[in-house]
Ligand binder design. Structure first.
Ligand code: H2U
Ligand code: ZN
Length: 342
């Protein structure tokens, strides 16, 4: 591997079949990046102006209950609505459109306005995992739903509209692009006789790209990571969907998410923005269940400090992604960062 760290190369993302350019020679200097403290975490436990806090009125006029754990509601400004239509548009296979139905939900992780995954306790995180599972099962059972995407946008940099800890859940009528790719790649890999991510976990265990782990989950900067500090969280046991987790696995999922996000926050001494979400087997998957391995992706944009982010521009926008800092050095930083007590 060592000689690969000194010359430009490309790496394959086996989950999508896409390549990423890696230019490690541009960052041979050891990293002593500044640790700038900027945005400090929201201090208020309850914010009377927050539309997600318990008892407050939302932008759409509905009042939140005085919830004490997680709280899920239908998005007041949904991107999709559950009306199924059957018409379509196709002019010479060039101007093509099809209707899309769906359900958009918003989920508050906790009534506490000032917390986030890294500062929540394990019991509260367990409630989050349980609620994710309940929502997945309920939404997946709707007859027109083929895929349910849970995602969290954290931080204004990633477009989060509110610091109150929350995520979104979109259930959609057609399997989205990223899932189509992952579905096909996992099916094709499985045709050789084993699961892609089971095999990958085997290769990465205890390795140089590991960020953290517990008995049930591995957090790793994948070999093919595009974003500087991108990670995936993968269960060590094979299963295709979040609600297939056992009780202890749900506790350990909360723990690994907490550990991973605490590491992120410690890297630049700032709440690390990211988009994260789970990838599960789509309802109309082309692959058998033993080909599909649930996982979570974290896509964080920061590169060198709390304010210096990676831009996907130029070559990356027009041709394909590229990175300088290697996944191995990003993993080392995340693994060795000093975590605050707690
Ligand atoms: P983001 O922070 O990821 O944007 O998620 C917040 C969502 O909450 C967003 O989709 C919805 C927005 O439409 N929302 C409501 O449903 N009700 C409100 O009162 C404000 C925001
Ligand atoms: Zn709030």
């Amino acid at each position: 591997m060592l000689e690969w760290m000194e010359r430009p190369h490309r790496r394959l993302n086996p989950l999508t079949g896409e390549w990423v350019l890696v230019s490690p020679q541009r960052t041979q200097r050891p990293w002593q990046g500044e640790v700038a403290k900027t945005e400090s975490p929201a201090a208020l436990r309850y914010d009377p102006t927050c539309y997600l806090c318990p008892g407050n009125e939302r932008a759409g006029g509905v009042r939140n209950p005085h919830y004490t754990s997680t709280f899920v509601f239908d998005n007041d400004f949904p991107a999709l609505i559950p009306t199924v239509q059957t018409d379509s548009l196709n002019e010479k296979d060039l101007v093509v459109a099809a209707p899309e139905a769906g359900v958009c939900r918003v989920m508050c992780f906790t009534p506490r306005h000032d917390l986030s995954i890294p500062s929540m306790d394990l019991n509260a995180l367990r409630a989050v995992v349980d609620t994710w599972c309940t929502e997945l099962v309920a939404l997946r059972s709707l007859p027109f739903i083929r895929y349910v995407q849970i995602f969290e946008n954290r931080g204004a940099l990633m477009g989060a509209s509110n610091p109150h800890p929350h995520c979104q859940i979109w259930a959609v009528q057609h399997t989205p692009n990223e899932l189509v790719k992952e579905d096909r790649r996992q099916r094709e890999y499985h045709e050789r006789g084993s699961c892609l991510l089971c095999d990958y976990v085997g290769l990465e265990s205890q390795g140089e790209r590991v960020v953290g782990e517990n008995e049930s989950f591995l957090a790793v900067v994948p070999f093919w990571a595009v974003w500087p500090f991108e990670t995936i969280v993968v269960p060590k046991r094979h299963f295709a969907r979040l609600d297939h987790t056992t009780s202890i696995e749900r506790d350990r999922l909360g723990a690994i998410l907490r550990d991973a996000t605490r590491r992120y926050d410690a890297v630049f001494g700032t709440p690390f923005p990211y988009s994260m979400g789970f990838h599960e087997q789509p309802v109309d998957s082309s692959a058998p269940a033993d080909a599909w391995h649930l996982h979570a992706h974290f896509y964080p944009p920061l590169l060198r400090s709390a304010t210096v982010r990676k831009f996907m521009v130029g070559f990356e926008l027009l041709a394909g992604p590229q990175r300088d800092i290697t996944p191995e050095s990003a993993a080392l930083r995340l693994r060795q960062v000093n975590l605050p007590d707690g």
